[in-house]
Design a protein. Structure first.
Lengths: 211, 271
């Protein structure tokens, strides 16, 4: 079927083309710079989590500030929404990014108790990929086995930012993308259904934080 | 058919209804949707989701409470010992798959670990080899088939076993047949020992996954989709033998089903 083949080919080329353009827009990430960035950002986060003087809302605000500065929330949010980003109306998109931002912060703040006394150290291997750097860290919580976490760091508008977290080969942004796509698909392709699920999730996380 | 096996027709119909529930493929006019459908590789999604619900019910009712009791009753060193011993019993299968994949260096490691841990390590309870700088790794026939070039096939969710696919399920079966402990000896005592081993393996695996799965249940908008994605990524990681590079490997080496599925921030299986 020549018609379908041509369409598939064009789609593939368009996809590859946009990917190449996307890649070209990002500068190469220097490994030493990425490592230093993760070291500094990690220490800020750990200090915020371990500070005994703050109450939970203040701690959440501080952690939120660090995360907003160090994580590419908008870029990662758009990546996770994937092809539904185009289907979303601009106000929906804004709402989605706002909710996504809050979910990132709440996911961490719901675990403040668990993470009290956490320390981290840079792991043994740091790697360069084509446009990102992969910085390996070991997270140690008291009374729990240490585990390795890889941070994918990319240069966004001249600043290093975290774009992904990988644990034992599982990428968080890929898993989340699968998750959000499933929610949208099971609700007839409506992005609003995803927004409702996200709001619900935030409420649950807030309840767990209090209780 | 009726005289030989009266239940055959309704059973067949039931099986068809259960396993024949296929997801609707998006129309070719929407190439992005088609691409996503193929990338997700879950044409049996409706029946998989049913299986997932069945599994969740069994899990919450039986598996999880027993695993939590196991964790509460037995101290960490004892549970580590159990995990190490189970891993040691898996060595023949791991060794076979190392060799079938042409990984002679890893095969040597496996054999050395078996010899040291079975003797000095008291039948495998103590992972002496790891303390001496030779950590273990896991292999299964599903990984071997992947290395030989066989694609995974559609995603399958099997109750109790967890996320899988036709290739890995087949590999799981082959590993059971290939394990010498399946065949050694007969009699009540041997059967009891084998079933004990199966039970302990399930228990050990579920205990290791208590925190990651709790995490997914708490934070995921669609746990089924999260597990599917995490499992596929983790499996690719295992097949490429990149697991264990953090310097800490799970010595028990389950059959690859869901074990090692982790989410950031949750305690992964291991020491």
């Amino acid at each position: 079927m020549p018609g379908m083949n041509r369409r598939l080919l064009l789609t593939g080329l368009a996809g590859a083309g946009s990917l190449a353009a996307f890649r070209a827009a990002r500068a190469e990430m220097d490994l030493a710079r990425a490592t230093a960035f993760i070291q500094a950002a990690g220490q800020e986060l750990v200090a915020a989590i371990n500070d005994p003087r703050m109450d939970t809302p203040a701690r959440r605000a501080r952690v939120g500030a660090v995360l907003r500065r160090t994580v590419d929330i908008e870029g990662t949010g758009r990546f996770i929404l994937g092809r539904y980003a185009r289907a979303a109306a601009p106000p929906e998109m804004q709402e989605y990014l706002r909710l996504f931002d809050e979910i990132i912060v709440r996911n961490l703040s719901a675990r403040f108790g668990e993470y009290r006394g956490v320390t981290f150290a840079l792991g043994r291997s740091q790697q360069r990929t084509e446009e990102d750097a992969l910085v390996n860290t070991i997270i140690q919580r008291p009374n729990a086995a240490p585990f390795a976490l890889d941070w994918r760091v990319s240069e966004i508008a001249g600043q290093p930012k975290v774009v992904d977290v990988i644990a034992e080969g599982t990428s968080l942004r890929l898993t989340t993308r699968s998750e959000y796509a499933a929610v949208i698909q099971r609700n007839g392709g409506q992005v609003s259904a995803l927004l409702a699920a996200m709001r619900n999730q935030i409420q649950q996380l807030a309840a767990r934080e209090r209780g | 058919m009726r005289s030989v096996f009266p239940a055959a027709r309704p059973l067949l119909l039931g099986a068809l209804l259960l396993f024949g529930a296929c997801a609707t493929r998006p129309p070719a006019s929407d190439p992005e949707a088609v691409a996503e459908f193929e990338q997700t590789n879950d044409p049996l999604e409706p029946s998989n989701r049913t299986m997932f619900d069945v599994h969740e019910a069994i899990d919450r009712a039986v598996l999880e409470p027993v695993a939590r009791a196991y964790r509460a009753v037995l101290p960490q060193p004892v549970r580590d010992g159990v995990r190490n011993a189970l891993g040691n019993l898996r060595t023949p299968v791991i060794l076979l798959n190392d060799l079938l994949q042409g990984q002679t260096e890893r095969a040597r490691t496996t054999l050395a670990r078996f010899m040291v841990n079975s003797t000095i390590g008291l039948a495998g309870f103590i992972d002496v080899a790891e303390r001496w700088g030779t950590p273990g790794h896991n292999e299964d026939f599903g990984q071997t088939l992947a290395v030989w070039g066989l694609g995974e096939g559609p995603y399958l969710f099997v109750p109790v076993l967890g996320p899988s696919n036709p290739r890995d399920l087949f590999g799981f079966g082959v590993d059971i047949v290939a394990s010498p402990f399946t065949w050694i000896g007969q009699g009540v005592a041997v059967d009891a020992a084998n079933w004990t081993r199966v039970g302990l393996t399930v228990l050990d695996t579920r205990e290791a996954l208590l925190d990651p799965i709790q995490d997914v249940r708490n934070t995921s908008l669609d746990p089924y989709a999260t597990l599917r994605s995490a499992y596929r990524q983790r499996r690719a990681f295992e097949i490429q033998n990149r697991d264990g590079q953090a310097g800490r490997t799970d010595p028990a080496g389950g059959p690859g089903f869901g074990q090692g599925v982790t989410t950031p921030g949750a305690t992964p299986p291991g020491r």
